[in-house]
Design a protein around this ligand. Sequence first.
Ligand SMILES: Cc1cc2nc3c(=O)[nH]c(=O)nc-3n(C[C@H](O)[C@H](O)[C@H](O)COP(=O)(O)OP(=O)(O)OC[C@H]3O[C@@H](n4cnc5c(N)ncnc54)[C@H](O)[C@@H]3O)c2cc1C
Length: 380
Amino acid sequence: MDFELTEEQKMLKDMAYRFAQTEIGPAAQECDEGEKYTHEIRKKAAENGMVGAWISEEYGGAGVGILGNALITEEISKFDMGIGLNISAASFGCEAIYQYGSEEQKKQYLPPVCSGEKVSAGAFTEPNAGTDVSGYKTRAVKDGDDYVINGNKMFITNGTVCDFMVAECITNPEEKKHNSFSLIIVPADAKGVTRNKIHGKMGIRASDTAEIALEDVRVPRTNLVGREGNGFKQLMHFFDTTRVMVAGQALGLSEACLETSIKYVKERTAFGAPLGAYQLTQLKLTEMAIRIEALRGLVYKSAWLIDEGRPDYMLAAMAKFFGGQTAVFCANYAVELHGGYGYIEEYPVQKWYRDAKILELYEGTKEAEIMTIGRYLQAR
Ligand SMILES: Cc1cc2nc3c(=O)[nH]c(=O)nc-3n(C[C@H](O)[C@H](O)[C@H](O)COP(=O)(O)OP(=O)(O)OC[C@H]3O[C@@H](n4cnc5c(N)ncnc54)[C@H](O)[C@@H]3O)c2cc1C
């Protein structure tokens, strides 16, 4: 058993950290305050091989696998999870094309995302159905060589900045619910696509989130990803992999909370001694550190197993579930350890506290993860 990262992985992690320190950290506050998405930082990250890094080199990626991608995500999330998301989710939706798409689709859609030229999105959630994936209503009707799509998508990351989205649609309503869906690539500039940015998010405000209306949107039937009727299964499998990326975000944010808190309690004094001298403070640091180490194990192992071709999707769901909990826990303690200063914007912990909560909501709520883990446990 070897718990060491390879030299290449260590270098990748180090490169991502230095990139984030130089490019993301200085922009974090401004982007958070102004809800500003920056293409510039995403493109620079792409130049450094950090966008779609999990995609094989054949299709323009860095070929660092899911573990390499988790390491990048961990490091960039230490500085700003919103800007970090603009990098790690610039290829969101491409997971489906990579796994199920045709050779032509892979060659057409993946390289421009990895190079930074284009941005993708995964359009699944709808205004009336999020957790209940089988409740989506967006309909794609065959018409000659085309599909004509009607429906509404909600909370779509990269919604207003993407060039194309992979959308879950009902193509076979005559089939049982789970066999009625298909994933279809929809160009963002297609006639009938209306995109509205959602303002006022609590956290990850540098990321772009949108509501998308699809009204008689015509796309060629060659935009179908994989086989018709397989969209539900494909989406479930898609989440199994992307959960690891979200768990990597949680790991990075939690580590930032701990490191910043350690620095603060060494400097800040109360009752004539540094805060760190008091056992109540040490308990908080200890609880954060233990959770972080346990989370690291879940993230790295679940990523590594996927790369080894032996995926354990229950472990990935555990990483996501525990990741959200750990991030919320650590951000809460980080604010507490900073006292009143933790509540004002001069210190980043207030932002991390706001950012952390999304980790228990998107890519499957924590309740959805419990349902997934519960199912896997009983299917063993
Ligand atoms: C910033 C942001 C970015 C996002 N990005 C994307 C994206 O890129 N693409 C995309 O498709 N979606 C995206 N989402 C949507 C996100 O994945 C959904 O919000 C999430 O899946 C929950 O769906 P919902 O909001 O409809 O809540 P609901 O499904 O209505 O759930 C509400 C509450 O009920 C609970 N609940 C639901 N069913 C059960 C049950 N059976 N038992 C117990 N509790 C249950 C949920 O856990 C939750 O606590 C994003 C959301 C946000 C906020």
